[in-house]
Design a protein around this ligand. Sequence first.
Ligand code: PBG
Length: 321
Amino acid sequence: MFPDVRLRRLRYNPRVRDMVRETRLSVEDLIYPMFFDETIDRPREIPSMPGVSAYPVDMAAEAAAEVEALGIPAVMLFGVPAKKDDKGSGAWIEDGVVQRVTRSMKESDLVVIADLCLCEYTSHGHCGVVREGEIVNYETLELYARTAVSQAEAGADMIAPSGMMDGTIMVIRRALDDEGYHRIPIMSYAAKYASAFYGPFRDAADSAPQFGDRRSHQMDPANAREAIREVEMDISEGADIVMVKPALPYLDVIRDVKQLFNLPVAAYNVSGEYAMIKAAAANGWIDEERVVMESLASIKRAGADLILTYFAKDVARRLGD
Ligand code: PBG
């Protein structure tokens, strides 16, 4: 007890503080989410996400080179198609936006992760096939399987299904294996909540539902034990990496998943988390750099091995200094 024990002893000297630091963020932990939009011919700034732009498809190689030069190992791709329809065919066609971008990124050494969902591609903005106001599971799974195969054909290094239909991982794993893509890992958005923090993303990806919401498939924010069931099922269906999303409001879930399962855990620091920090910093209310580093360290401390964040480029620059 005090005065024999003095915890401040390890805090006086900055070098000693560095030595005993328990959590270290490294550039290898980061995955940078990127938007590519077929309807534009120059970068489009996302108003609610200052510092983040959607790029035209023909800038893919250039944009990838910038990320790669910063030492960031991976990107997560989202596409905005020129045309939407009720089945989201833009998600799986051979010359779909993500497929084209993936092909142009093959020159780089980046790990190209394709987000797999239909909401950016459907005219109604839902994540699957809608019948009588309901998102129907089976038909949607068939489209997910086609999308996964077409993304793999285009050269994606990893597939990340985010649609939260039951059986997604099983169906995608089988489809990939049947087509000879048994080496392509699946990063499952396993515990994805029906969160209000996705607002700015839906502006960026033009994917807001035209009616209703996503609560019939995404999780209730109040539930943590259910997240464990989601993760358990996805692992049994063949997920290689499991994700919790959003990150900061769900650190308890990240912690639980890390403690209970022995596979890499990813956390998605989502658009709303980004926008809040940017807005407060723009007002001079917080120190952006320090708040970002503290937030990402917290996500890692909670148990995330990988962090998807729109701050990835800023952080990579900072870590490289
Ligand atoms: C669905 C998807 C969403 C996000 C990633 N994939 C939005 C949603 O479920 O409505 C959100 C990411 C973010 O907010 O940064 N394709």
